[in-house]
Design a protein around this ligand. Structure first.
Ligand SMILES: Cc1ncc(COP(=O)(O)O)c(C=O)c1O
Length: 368
């Protein structure tokens, strides 16, 4: 079976972990500090704070910015659950806006209609490896005195008009096993805000600057040095692996150019780092995914149930009318995408997808 994702782990990661294990310093931070320093430089921001996962990174930003009950954060429903649960963690409420049907990203044109006196922030998601329209979103935020928090969990190294994901002020990254760069589990906050950076460093460490002096209510959200050692090797490989993902995507683009499917699209001035290669295939999507599995290819559906339709969100009484989000959930699918995908594997994916789409074609599933 060809999996949807496969981390690029090899002898370099093994050597890096072995070195940490042999040093006896498996926690406590030397590798963590080095990784943070390099990640901040890579993104082009002042601070990177490593955390135990991307969910905690988002939670720490929203908590550190002081959001709570009565506050609202505008975000998308076409995302992984953690975007939404991390807002709710603080007691604040997510307010959903629809996505653009072609990019699957937050539709900036819909934001102002949902701003209220309670709105504190806008949280666009750099979904699948493309950054949303940050200039438009930042301009709206500036007009209304709001903060922009980028959920960059899927967008390591993605660029928007020459700026990298994570450089816009407040961002969270995930280092989960399937991400473009991984430490197994892990995450980062990147920010230019000295106060927030200091607060999150305390928050992740039981509120301690000095041992057993708990300045704030904090927890254990630290990354281990074992994980950070893997992360340093992964960062060395990130640009090479991004180029490999982009080459895989180009071959998919060429192979599917004549099919009645919607290929990944994004506006000029941005680079796609292809965390996912996602196609719009229309209402026969589930049949195509099942036929791909029969042909030995596991495809992903990101995400089959939008956040605003999840049971726990409905129970909170949060409602939204998001036709583009619903359409994307019903009609899109993601193909195997990883830097080590061989040409033979990719040929198998391409052959299976072409055959299945031609058997089941109904169009792209767009609303209009
Ligand atoms: C868009 C998005 N937000 C948040 C997260 C949460 O990251 P993690 O799984 O590291 O907690 C993920 C990753 O799964 C994600 O894809």
């Amino acid at each position: 079976m060809i999996p949807p994702a496969r981390p690029d782990l090899g002898p370099e990661e093994v050597a890096a972990v072995t070195e940490v294990l042999n040093s006896g310093m498996i926690a406590g931070g030397r590798k963590v500090a080095e990784l943070e320093d390099r990640w901040a430089k890579f993104c082009g921001c002042k601070h990177a704070i490593a955390l135990s996962n991307g969910t905690v990174a988002l939670m720490s930003i929203f908590a550190g910015l002081g959001y709570g009950p009565g506050d609202e954060v505008i975000t998308v429903s076409h995302t992984f659950n953690a975007t939404v649960s991390s807002i709710l963690f603080t007691g604040a409420s997510p307010v959903f806006v629809d996505i653009e049907p072609d990019t699957y990203l937050m539709d900036a044109g819909r934001i102002e209609a949902v701003i209220t006196p309670r709105t504190r922030a806008i949280c666009p998601v750099s979904l699948f490896g493309v950054i949303a329209d940050m200039d438009a979103i930042q301009a709206i935020a500036d007009r209304h005195g709001l903060t922009v928090v980028e959920d960059a969990c899927q967008a390591h190294g993605a660029q928007y008009r020459g700026r990298r994901s994570g450089s816009f002020g407040y961002a969270a990254f995930s280092l989960y096993g399937t991400k473009n760069m991984t430490t197994g589990e892990g995450g980062f906050v990147t920010t230019n805000d000295d106060r927030l950076a200091d607060w999150i460093r305390l928050y992740r460490n039981q509120g301690m600057r000095e041992r057993y002096h708990h300045e704030i209510l904090g927890y254990n959200f630290r990354l281990t040095d074992i994980a950070a050692a893997i992360g340093l090797v992964q960062l060395d490989k990130l640009e090479r692996n991004t180029a490999r993902r982009q080459a895989v995507a180009r071959r998919y683009d060429e192979a599917f150019a004549d099919l009645p499917v919607r290929l990944p699209t994004w506006p000029d001035g941005r680079t796609h780092v292809y965390h996912q290669y996602t196609l719009g295939v229309g209402s026969t999507r589930d049949r195509i995914v099942a036929e791909m599995k029969d042909a030995g290819v596991i495809c992903g559906i990101y995400y089959p149930i939008p956040c605003h339709r999840q049971a726990y969100v409905l129970e909170l009484g949060i409602e939204a009318d998001l036709p583009n989000t619903d359409a994307a959930a019903a009609s899109s699918m993601s193909l195997p995408m990883y830097p080590g995908l061989t040409e033979a594997e990719q040929a198998q994916v391409i052959e299976a997808l072409r055959a299945s789409v031609l058997r089941n074609a109904v169009g792209t599933g767009d609303r209009s």
